[in-house]
Design a protein around this ligand. Structure first.
Ligand SMILES: [Zn+2]
Length: 385
């Protein structure tokens, strides 16, 4: 481990670096508290991390959560959130919130969309109402939500898209990022000392296009930058390779956010390539299907072999679920579709993910990340299913 001197005027500071990989620990300062990195953001799509209260999230060790602009804009709508001065108050969460730009959902969920250089016209998947989202409107909505980290409005294409389509998305993302930045800097309610703005690099798994995209959006990155357009259907190997060479493209002094990734093993590998921030629906979505994450791999509680199992999910976990309940009881709850089962599984999985990040930070700081990650990756692959 090498100790890195901390620049006093940067919003993101690197604290320690792993000597055998690109892994590092750091701190992103926000006006609502610091985010220790590498960090994981639980997803609160509609202003709630499914089944969990903000109190439970805080006790699990969450420093930051992610809110989805597209979903919140459509339901409940900005008028209702504006009436309480933003998302923090609306959902009673006092720590930082990162909001996405709405772009990814518009491209992946909305019906009948029409993309032009100006923006995207789409029909709500919920009620068919028509909306027009532009880079400027996305910034305006994220400002109204009171986001601590605003994401640039980008064009995200499928992992199987052809090179020409990816190139168009790279060019459009460059123009849109510039418009986002211009809108923010001209807007009185945006203060760069309070709110971070993260541009997004696109380019699929094409190294040349990724480099071009990074060149065009990096001038707008003050404290952090995101890698978008991965985990969207491309080959797993190609994703890993892309994260690997993005490490050589992105500057070390900026926080690097890998959007939408991923599994515990993906997170550990990405950290070794210098990634600092993650989000993923897996811990909460899998929880609702009865799948528990543990240091020894995943455990499907509906499996018959747990019907008389009086052990907790994980002996080393400090969560309320593991401190109090047996696998047989949890299986019983899932068999009968008791809501408590979904809550306990979500609480455990979020606690596991945040504990994973805490362990990563500790191992990097102590200089043991390399041997720890090898041991942990091997244990994680021994699934209990
Ligand atoms: Zn637990």
């Amino acid at each position: 481990m090498r100790t890195v001197s901390k620049p006093p005027d940067l919003n993101f500071s690197v604290f320690s670096e792993d000597s055998r990989s690109s892994g590092r620990t750091g701190l992103l300062k926000t006006s609502r508290g610091g985010i220790e990195t590498p960090a994981f953001m639980p997803i609160g799509t509609y202003g709630a991390v499914k089944t969990l209260s903000p109190k439970e999230l805080q006790e699990s060790g969450a420093d930051v959560i992610l809110g989805n602009t597209y979903h919140l804009y459509l339901r409940p709508g900005m008028e209702i959130i504006r009436a309480v001065s933003g998302l923090h108050k609306f959902m009673a969460w006092r720590k930082p919130i990162l909001t996405d730009s709405g772009g990814f959902q518009v491209f992946s969920l909305a019906k009948l969309r029409n993309v032009s250089n100006e923006g995207v016209t789409f029909k709500s998947a919920f009620d068919g109402s028509e909306h027009f989202l532009t880079p400027e409107r996305s910034m305006e909505i994220q400002l109204e939500l009171g986001s601590d980290i605003i994401m640039a409005f980008d064009e995200c294409v499928s992992g199987s898209a052809d090179t020409e389509t990816i190139r168009k998305a790279v060019d459009r993302t460059a123009a849109w990022t510039q418009r986002c930045h211009h809108f923010l800097t001209e807007n009185d309610s945006f203060s760069p000392s309070d709110t971070h703005f993260f541009p997004i690099v696109q380019g699929g798994t094409n190294e040349t296009l990724r480099r071009e995209s990074a060149d065009t959006v990096l001038p707008f990155a003050k404290s952090g930058i995101a890698i978008g357009g991965l985990a969207v259907g491309e080959e797993k190997e190609a994703m890993v390779e892309t994260v690997n060479w993005m490490d050589t493209i992105l500057p070390r002094e900026k926080l690097r956010y890998l959007m939408g990734v991923g599994k515990p093993e993906d997170i550990i590998r990405a950290v070794s390539h210098g990634i600092d921030l993650f989000d993923c629906v897996l811990p909460t979505r899998n929880a609702r299907n009865g799948q528990f994450f543990t240091w020894e791999g995943k455990l499907n509680i509906l499996n018959n072999r747990f019907s008389h199992d009086t052990k907790s999910i994980s002996a080393s976990c400090r969560c309320y679920c593991c401190n109090n309940f047996t696998r047989s009881y949890l299986r019983h709850l899932f068999k009968l579709k008791e809501v408590l089962g979904l809550r306990l599984a979500s609480l455990h999985n979020i606690t596991f993910y945040l504990e994973l990040m805490r362990s990563i930070r500790e191992e990097i700081t102590e200089g043991d990340f390399d041997s720890w990650s090898k041991k942990t990756l091997s244990a994680l692959s021994s699934s209990n299913d």
